[in-house]
Ligand binder design. Structure first.
Ligand SMILES: Cc1ncc(COP(=O)(O)OP(=O)(O)O)c(N)n1
Ligand SMILES: Cc1nc(C(=O)O)sc1CCOP(=O)(O)O
Ligand SMILES: [Mg+2]
Length: 264
């Protein structure tokens, strides 16, 4: 796994604790132990490079990734739901990883095998994807593993999962994905955050996803999320670097008003 971004986090004074490795960390809130990679994940601005929305040209995706990190994206994901050619997907992931060049971690959606093959920093898993325990076993203690949480009941389960962050969705309606369930809205987000905090205390970073843009990013943070995950509002229609800068500023300001800096 590449570690360049971790050096950056330490330079920024983030709460990275490299080398905690196989240790178990006491949860800040409830004294629960959980398997831990000892890595603090910065979810403030999480850009998802979705081939279904953005096309599958490796150079274009790499350029978007570079723009996003230049504007302040703190985490990136490669999402490819029509993956028929694993070699081509691997080439795209490698191109994006090279363009990001250690300035933010890159995760692969769903596919632990491709994350391993590409040597990126981790995976994002949904409730029907490989179980986080299996992913942890395959990827090791230093990989970043994220999980989608859609309901309070799923949030209740977080206490026993070896994940580094959870992302709560779908908060609003989205044009980027067929979401069968109605959006949970800000009220639903707040309720799920509450149960996730009961399950895992304050230490687990919680993101929010679906239909988030410059107009609602701050409200999502005020509802309890530590960051926002986006496709359309960041990557569609050009000017990604400027959009990233604007979104980051909004997120940072809302986090500042809430009284923390987004790194848990
Ligand atoms: C950051 C982030 N949050 C949620 C998702 C959705 O994951 P999942 O529920 O597995 O659905 P697919 O994206 O795989 O269709 C995500 N990818 N990233
Ligand atoms: C990949 C994904 N997962 C979602 C979920 O609700 O689980 S919504 C989504 C797409 C988000 O795209 P946009 O920022 O353009 O709305
Ligand atoms: Mg998935």
């Amino acid at each position: 796994m590449a570690l360049g971004w971790q050096m950056l986090e330490r330079d920024r004074g983030g709460s990275m604790s490299i080398g905690a490795g196989q240790e178990r960390r006491q949860d800040a809130g409830l004294g629960l132990a959980r398997p831990s990679a000892g890595i603090a994940v910065d979810l403030r601005l999480y850009g998802i490079l979705d081939t279904g929305v953005l096309g599958d040209d490796a150079a274009a995706l790499a350029a978007l990734a570079a723009e996003a990190v230049a504007g302040g994206a703190t985490l990136l994901q490669y999402r490819d739901k029509d993956l028929t050619d694993a070699r081509a997907a691997l080439a795209r992931i490698r191109a994006i990883h090279a363009a990001v060049n250690g300035r933010a971690p890159l995760l692969v959606n769903d596919r632990v095998d491709l994350a391993l093959a590409a040597g990126v920093e981790g995976v994002h898993l949904g409730q029907s994807d490989l179980h986080p325990e299996e992913a942890r076993r395959l990827l090791g203690p230093r990989a970043i593993i994220g999980l989608t949480v859609k309901t309070g009941a799923q949030a209740d389960e977080l206490y026993r999962l070896p994940i580094d962050y959870a992302c709560i969705g779908g908060v609003f309606a989205t044009a980027s994905k067929d979401n069968p369930d109605p959006p949970v809205g800000l009220d639903g987000l707040q309720r799920i955050v509450f149960r996730a905090r009961l399950a895992r205390g304050q230490a687990l970073p919680l993101g929010a996803i679906a239909g988030i843009d410059a107009s609602n990013a701050a409200s999502v943070i005020r509802a309890g999320a530590d960051g926002v995950a986006l496709i359309g509002a960041l990557f569609k229609g050009g000017a990604t670097e400027a959009k990233a800068r604007d979104l980051r500023a909004r997120v940072d300001e809302a986090l500042g008003q809430r009284g923390n800096a987004g790194m848990r």
